[in-house]
Structure formats: structure tokens, C-alpha cells
Design a protein around this ligand. Structure first.
Ligand code: BDP
Length: 713
């Protein structure tokens, strides 16, 4: 061997050995679509079936599908893949070859796909077929994901279709590019330069969403400005719609209910006023002229100071149906939010959404979907499922999750939300017997809804990594996957994501997924254990604030929710208290009311109990609470250790970033524990259980902390 060859050989061998150690620098911008080369050992097998791509019809969606497949395969397997296999994509309509195959495609529906390996003349042909072009695109992403996660692809026969029709991101993005509750930089929508300048990022946004099946985006904040509905902004939204269209993604807008006054020159926004109805009808016509496939409106009305039909003595149904009539002829929908709580009612806030909507079951138009947050209060680290699920058999109900972590440590804490959403979706409402899960309400099976929806409040911004942290990308990803299939396993989803976003190496995926799966419970432990809720700092919602009291409204304080005094703690929502339990189906209500059956994770959500109450561990409630606060902090310490061990599998840049964030989380978890314990101890005067360290600062010191520049307000 010539010396130069020997040297090269040596370098190659060293490179192979060190491969995991010298992973190239990355910043997370590529999300789970990194398409990094498959290890040399495995690549050959993949190349044998993923060979050439047969020509496809040149429709917009098939063109991007083909381009994505080429890009993915080139990255994963290289430009030259001459193993002999062929990939054929298309619909029976666009491809005569696919038409003659007569593949059963009913189960693929309008957005799903079938992937099947055929042997033609001794040659492997992988067919990615669908009824629609966008179904093919979804199939392409699935096929690439199989390689990215190192599944076999040589004998495929799988069919998949979404179980929920509207799978939407809700952007709480303002027109000045600030993002309400956004922790990932500014809004990616550059409204000022639109429609002339179309940031290439819009395409990557669409690719990422299409890869997980998200098919719509509400572009602007639910706390909406009517400017969004003026001609210049409609043109800007139309530019985004044009960009997203090939990816099967529609645009929607949040509509401010008082727009007829603000931009229509009317004196009223009364939904029964003919001039108001005419305004909305012509506004809808104007929008559909610019955006023929416009999705529809999302509305926050009579909630937290937003205008709404009740301002005119009308009902939510009156308001929603008026808008539904305006967009209906164009095929649009109205998503009417159930996140309302009255300014007058002194009643338990947890009861108010149900109280305001339940009486109108059956009165909403067919193209209205009432959009309900997962729990009855407000996106807390843990809430029991919202009592409206299962209680509205004659009204399309959709789920609203919050992907951005307003209440779970912003973007610096690592909290994988998959298990939280799975917990809610798997919860049994018992509304129509056992197995009446929230997932079955949301996918429409339980009540036969005509339209189904899952919406997620986006965590996307201008940060290079899109979501503010590497691991928050997993929440965007998991949301899409659960919207596609609300019965999917959050652990399986985490495995796919970890493999694609970091490394498919089992030695990475196992520990990383274990860390992710425990992360949300850790947050619950160090922030709001055992059913406690709404204990965060006032208005910015950063950090602990169990002492928050007084001010504008009682139900914006912490003391309203924890009700701690010398004798005990917790919100009594049983028949002896606010009786919020009565809003659940009787067997569910009975389960929550009875101390012997209620899950301890929800204990203080439903019950007010003495500090000495004996918990299932045998410890008194106070000791158990303190123990859980500490356990949360300890879990974060464990996450730090796990992450340190995973450095061989992760590029230095992302590894360092995650480690730095975990250090913040560890410090803030400790702060939550210490401040909470200092406060509750000041109320109950009890000693700490043995072995528990006292908070290092005085309660006054915790209370005095100010955060005027916390993000997201
Ligand atoms: C709360 C947020 C607030 C939102 C509101 C909503 O703090 O910024 O406007 O939800 O969902 O959790 O409308």
C-alpha cells in the first residue's frame, strides 16, 4: 500500500471509531428533518430498495413531495443509490402506473397514504400512493422517517390516515412581531415585508408541519387586532397561503369580534344586526377572493376583556353562527373558544366554561367547532380533563393544547409534553360508559361529530432552533403526531423524534426518551404537586408566586386556588365545596369526590384537606408535599447526569446548549421548591420532615423578586 493510501486508511478508521464523538456542528435549525447519512453498515440495505425515483406528475404538491424525497434520500443514503430499487409516487389520477396497480386506498382517506413494496421483474418497487397529492406528500415523510429511525423498508405494506380533520397550530403572534407567551424570539411572520418578501423560512415551516401532518395555521393572536382583516393584511396572509398550499396547509385568522365597528364603520357589532351580518359576509367574500382555500376564523370572545356577543345581550351561539354563515358558503369553519370566565360571577372559575357552553349544546351551526382547552383552568402543568369533553354530544368540540410552555418553565426547562397530552386524551369521561375517552370525543367517534379539531398554541419563533430550545421541538413534533392520531403513544413519538433530531443509536434513544418521559412529571413535582395549580408569578407567569393575592380579580391570584390556611390546603370542588365535580358524568364525579378513589395527582384540585391528612404513602400531606417538591428537583439533577452521559452521541453545540438550559432548570426547580415551602410553612407553621433542607432565603426575599423583563408578555 502506498503511504498516502495507508494514511487515508488510518484516518478513515479513526473517523469511524470517533464518528459519534465528532458529529458535525448543528444548531437545531433542521429540526427532525436533518437527513444525516445512515451509518455505513446499514446504508447498503436501504440503498437496495430506495433507489431511483420514478417521474411524477408536476402538480405543486407532487413536485414538493418528489423534491423532499430526493433531498431526504440524498442526505440519508447519498446521491448515488444504484441498488436497483425504484420508488413510485402519486395518485391513481396522476399516475397511470399507480392506477393499474389498483391498490386499496379507501383507508388512506383524503390526507393519508398507502406504502407498499412490490416486486416487478425481480426488482423492488416501493409505491407511495394516496387519493390526493398531499396524501402522497405525507407518505413521503413517513417513508423518510422509517429510514431516519432505522426501520426496515424492504417489505412495506402500511396504510395510515389522520383521525382528526383539522390539525392546527394557533400562533399567538402580534402584528408588531411580538408573540404572546412566546419564548423563541419574535414572530416568524414578517408582516411588515409581506407580501413582497417571502422569507425562505416559510417554506421550511411548511415542510416541518407537513412532515407531521399539521394542515392549518391560525396566523395571528387570539387577542386579535381588527387590522388583520383589512385589505393589506389579507394580501399578506394570501402570500403565506400561497407558500403553504403545496404542503396541504391552510391559513386561518383570529377575528376580533368588534371589527365591524373598528374597520367597518358601524356603530355596533351585534351579531343579530343586519348591517353587522352583511359586514362579515362581505369580509368573508373579500378574504376568499384573495385566499380561495382560506380555512376560517378563530374567535376569543367575551373572555379576558375581549369583545363578544354578550356585549349585546346575545349568546356565544349567536356570535359563532353569524360568522359560520359568512364563511360557510366558501367551505370555511369557525373555531369558537370556550376559554371564557365571567367578570361578574363569583363562582369557581373552573366551572365557568361549562356553565356558559353546556346550555347551548345543539345550537351551534354545523361548521362551528367549539375549541376547549384541555383543562378547566388554564394550561397548568397538570389539570384534570375539561368537563365539557363528553358533555356536548350535539356540538363539535375540538381540543386546544398549549405547546408553548407558558406554565411549564418557558423554553429553558426541559419538559416533554407528550405524556401530559396523552394523559388527557386517555382520560375516561365515562360520559357514555367505560371507554368514553377524551380522545374518542376529539376524534369524533363518541358523539359522531361532523368536524373534528385539535389545535396547539405554537412555540415557534425566529430563534435558529425555532422553538427556543432543542427539546421544545419535540413538543411541536408530538403535537402534530397526536393530532394525527390522538391515541398514539407519546413514548413511541418521543423515540421517533429523538432518533431523528439527534441520533438513532439505541444507546442515545433509550436514556434520552426515559429522560423526556419523566420530565413533565418533574415539573409538576417542583411547581404544583398533588393537584395544586395556578401558583405562578403574577402576569408574566415566571417562577413561583404562591403568595400572589389581591388585585383586580380573586381568580387571578394564587391564594384563590390553593386556599391554604393554618388547618389545611386545597380547593374543595366536591358537593361540600364549589361542586365543580357535578359537571362531570356521575361516575367520573363520584371517582373524583371520593378520597379513596381520587388519584393523588389530582388530590388538591378536588379536595381541601388538613395538613395532617394521611396520604397513600403513609406520610402526612405536608410531608408528602415537601417530598414531592424535592423529588422534582432531584429528577432534574438526574436529567443533567443523563444528558452529560449522552455527549458522545450529540454534536457539541447542541449538547452544550441543552446542558446550559438544564442548569437553569435545576436552579429554577430549586427556587420553586424553596419558595413554595417557605410560603406554605409560613401558613401552617409546621416543621420540615426529617432530612429536608430548609429554604436558604426568607419568604420575604422570594416575594421581593421582580422580573420586569420576563419574555412573552
Ligand atoms: C392565558 C394566557 C393569555 C392568553 C389566554 C388565552 O396567559 O396570554 O391570552 O391564556 O388563552 O393562559 O386566551
Amino acid at each position: 500500500m502506498r503511504p498516502s493510501h495507508m494514511l487515508r486508511g488510518l484516518f478513515l478508521a479513526a473517523g469511524l471509531l470517533l464518528a459519534p464523538l465528532i458529529a458535525r456542528a448543528e444548531d437545531g435549525h433542521d429540526l427532525w428533518l436533518r437527513y444525516r447519512p445512515v451509518e455505513a453498515g446499514a446504508a447498503g440495505v436501504y440503498r437496495a430498495s430506495a433507489g431511483t425515483i420514478a417521474p411524477v406528475a408536476d402538480t405543486p404538491a407532487l413536485t414538493v413531495a418528489r423534491a423532499e424525497l430526493e433531498r431526504g434520500l440524498a442526505g440519508l443514503l447519498g446521491e448515488r443509490r444504484d441498488g436497483g430499487g425504484e420508488i413510485l409516487l402519486g395518485t391513481p389520477r396522476s399516475s397511470p402506473r399507480i392506477a393499474t396497480l389498483n391498490l386499496p386506498l379507501e383507508a388512506a382517506g383524503a390526507e393519508g397514504y398507502r406504502i407498499r413494496t412490490l416486486i416487478e421483474g425481480g426488482r423492488s418497487v416501493t409505491v407511495i400512493a394516496a387519493n390526493t397529492d398531499v396524501g402522497v406528500l405525507h407518505g413521503v415523510y413517513r417513508y423518510l422517517a422509517l429510514i431516519q429511525t432505522r426501520q426496515p423498508i424492504d417489505r412495506l405494506d402500511l396504510v395510515d390516515a389522520p383521525k382528526v380533520r383539522y390539525r392546527l397550530l394557533n400562533h399567538w403572534d402580534n402584528l408588531d412581531r411580538s408573540v404572546e407567551r412566546g419564548y423563541a424570539g419574535q414572530s416568524i411572520w414578517d408582516w411588515w415585508r409581506l407580501p413582497d418578501v417571502r422569507d425562505p423560512r416559510y417554506v421550511d415551516y411548511a415542510r416541518a408541519n407537513a412532515s407531521i401532518g399539521i394542515n392549518g395555521a391560525v396566523l395571528n393572536n387570539v387577542n386579535a387586532k381588527s387590522d388583520s382583516l383589512t385589505a393589506p393584511y389579507i394580501a399578506k396572509a394570501a402570500a403565506l397561503a400561497d407558500t403553504f398550499r403545496p404542503y396541504g396547509i391552510k391559513v386561518y385568522l383570529s377575528a376580533r369580534f368588534s371589527s365591524p365597528i373598528e374597520i367597518g364603520g358601524l356603530k355596533t357589532a351585534d351579531p343579530l344586526d343586519p348591517a353587522v351580518r352583511a359586514f362579515w359576509k362581505s369580509k368573508a367574500d373579500e378574504i376568499y377572493k384573495a385566499i380561495p382555500d382560506f380555512g376560517g376564523f378563530l374567535v376569543k370572545a367575551n373572555s379576558e376583556g375581549q369583545p363578544g356577543p354578550q356585549d349585546y345581550g346575545r349568546t356565544h351561539a349567536d356570535g359563532a353562527n353569524m360568522l359560520a354563515q359568512a364563511v360557510g358558503p366558501h367551505g370555511g369553519i369557525v373555531m369558537w373558544r370556550a376559554f371564557v370566565y365571567s367578570h361578574e360571577q363569583p363562582d369557581d372559575r373552573a366551572k365557568q366554561g361549562y356553565s356558559e357552553f353546556k346550555p347551548f349544546d345543539g345550537q351551534f351551526a354545523e361548521n362551528v367547532i367549539v375549541q376547549v382547552k384541555n383543562g378547566a383552568i388554564d394550561f397548568q402543568p397538570r389539570e384534570p380533563f375539561h368537563p365539557l369533553f363528553g358533555a356536548m354530544p350535539k356540538t363539535n368540540l375540538g381540543m386546544e393544547f398549549q405547546i408553548t410552555k407558558e406554565y411549564l418553565g418557558f423554553s429553558t426547562h426541559l419538559a416533554y409534553l407528550g405524556p401530559m397530552w396523552e394523559e388527557v386524551l386517555k382520560a375516561d369521561t365515562l360520559a357514555a360508559g367505560k371507554g368514553s375517552t377524551v380522545a374518542k370525543v376529539v376524534d369524533g367517534k363518541l358523539h359522531g361529530y361532523s368536524r373534528t379539531l385539535m389545535a396547539g398554541v405554537a412555540n415557534i419563533g425566529t430563534d435558529r432552533n425555532w422553538s427556543g430550545s432543542q427539546f421544545d421541538q419535540a413538543n411541536w413534533y408530538a403535537f402534530g403526531r397526536l393530532a394525527w392520531d390522538p391515541e398514539a403513544s407519546s413514548e413511541a413519538i418521543a423515540r421517533d423524534w429523538a432518533a431523528m433530531a439527534f441520533s438513532p443509536d439505541k444507546r442515545f434513544v433509550g436514556p434520552a426518551v426515559a429522560m423526556m418521559m419523566g420530565s413533565r412529571e418533574a415539573v409538576v413535582d417542583y411547581m404544583t404537586p398533588m393537584g395544586l395549580h395556578h401558583l405562578m408569578g403574577r402576569s408574566h407567569h415566571y417562577g413561583p408566586g404562591p403568595w400572589v393575592a389581591g388585585g383586580e380579580r380573586a381568580d387571578w391570584t394564587s391564594v384563590y386556588y390553593h386556599r391554604a390556611d393554618k388547618a389545611g390546603i386545597g380547593f374543595d370542588r366536591t358537593a361540600k365545596g364549589s361542586n365543580a365535580v357535578a359537571q362531570y358524568a356521575p361516575p367520573a364525579a363520584a371517582g373524583f369526590s371520593d378520597l379513596s378513589t381520587v388519584d393523588e395527582k389530582d388530590l388538591l384540585w378536588f379536595h381541601h384537606l388538613p395538613w395532617g391528612y394521611r396520604t397513600r404513602s403513609g406520610r402526612p400531606l405536608w410531608d408528602e408535599l415537601v417530598g414531592r417538591y424535592s423529588r422534582g428537583v432531584k429528577t432534574v439533577g438526574g436529567m443533567q447526569a443523563t444528558w452529560a452521559d449522552l455527549s458522545p452521541y450529540v454534536d457539541a453545540e447542541r449538547h452544550g446548549e441543552v446542558a446550559a438550559y438544564l442548569a437553569i432548570q435545576r436552579r429554577e426547580a430549586q427556587w420553586w421548591r424553596d419558595a413554595s415551602i417557605a410560603y406554605f410553612q409560613s401558613i401552617n407553621g409546621l416543621p420540615l420532615p426529617k432530612g429536608e433542607a430548609p429554604p436558604p432565603l426568607s419568604l420575604e426575599a422570594y416575594e421581593a423578586m421582580q422580573f420586569p423583563f420576563a419574555p412573552g408578555i
